[in-house]
Ligand binder design. Structure first.
Ligand code: AKG
Ligand code: FE2
Length: 329
């Protein structure tokens, strides 16, 4: 087995040993009748997480899906399967019942992102390790370019409204989820719970428009190839000020790291709709925000949070990505 992110030989050996250990336990538990589904699910999840740590994303995904198949009552394994089915299965067809709003990017070749640096000490270890794989010499100046804000909207206001409406329509039936992200709980609805045609439209929009733009914006040393970026999770988040009537959303999101290589937020409503709010970057103290349709892309492992909303509702579409490892060995 080859590893992308083993930070030292010792770490790599430990991960490899743990993977072998859990694989053996799993082999035993799948043949033993007395292992409970809960115990087995926990083994699949531990193995999947270890493979993620080792940079074996495709294999981790296969393990999570296998676990979901074997443990139909485990919510987080089922969640993984739903994300996979919604965004990674290419050849299904979708009946579109209404005209979907167009994307607004007029000239994809122009430099659409404004890039901000993080201080060298805030460059995540994961990013440094990827760069070291490419070259022994790491250019810290280049590698610190990990925050990107679009200078203009990438989605039209009609498209943003369309996504908010789809989220409101779906949550009127299914409700909001508030406990999917244990480290950083948001009030959200996963994109796969929106209507099918919305999911397809979003998937196309991301693949054809946002991925190429984003991949170009990040440091070359991060080796981000847009064709190899995979959506890890995508959800619509609402933040509501404390004093809102019928308040649903949380007021803020505490500083945290995402599990992703790249994270992205798209503002879905204008800043005049609320006071406060925005993406807070702990290492620089920057508060980044924009009107409907603007995009913020950042390395997921940079510590960030959602700034408190003091009036009204802030809506964003949040998306996290992993890069499928290809061509590195
Ligand atoms: O509110 C924001 O802009 C950040 C959201 C976020 O970091 C998350 O959902 O993980
Ligand atoms: Fe986050």
């Amino acid at each position: 087995m080859k590893y992308l992110h083993g930070s030292s030989n010792q770490d790599t050996n430990e991960i490899e040993k743990a993977i072998t250990d859990i694989s053996t336990k799993l082999a035993a538990s799948t043949s033993e009748k007395h292992t409970s589904e809960e115990e087995e699910a926990s083994l699949w999840k531990r193995l999947g997480k270890l493979l993620l740590d080792a940079g074996e994303y495709a294999e981790a995904s296969r393990i999570f899906r296998k676990g979901a198949e074997r443990c139909p009552t485990d919510e987080s394994l089922q969640h993984h399967l739903k994300v996979y089915n919604a965004f990674h299965i290419d050849n299904e067809t979708c009946e579109t019942t209404e005209d979907l709003p167009p994307l607004d990017v007029t000239n994809m070749s122009k430099d659409i992102f404004l890039t901000l640096d993080v201080p060298p000490e805030a460059i995540p270890e994961e990013v440094i390790q990827i760069a070291k794989r490419k070259s022994e010499h790491v250019d810290v100046q280049e590698l610190s370019k990990l925050l990107h804000a679009s200078k203009e909207p990438i989605l039209s206001k009609v498209a943003c409204k369309y996504i908010i409406n789809a989220a409101e329509k779906a949550t009127a039936i299914k409700g909001w989820t508030k406990d999917r992200h244990l480290q950083a709980p948001t009030c959200d609805i996963p994109a796969f719970d929106l209507e099918n045609e919305v999911v397809h439209w979003l998937k196309d929009a991301m693949r054809n428009c946002l991925f190429p733009l984003l991949a170009k914006a990040f440091p070359k040393a991060m080796n981000i190839d847009h064709e190899k970026l995979r959506i890890q999770d995508m959800f619509v988040v609402r933040y509501d000020a404390d004093n809102e009537n019928r308040r649903q959303g949380f007021k803020y999101l505490k500083p945290h790291e995402d599990e992703s290589i790249i994270s992205l937020t798209i503002a879905l409503n204008d800043m005049t709709d609320y006071d406060g709010g925005g993406l807070f970057i702990a290492s620089t103290g920057d508060l980044l925000n924009g009107d409907a349709g603007t995009v913020l892309g950042f390395a997921g492992k940079i510590v960030h949070g959602g700034y408190p909303v003091e009036r009204g509702t802030r809506w964003i579409l949040m998306k996290t990505h992993r890069a499928k490892r290809v061509g590195m060995f």
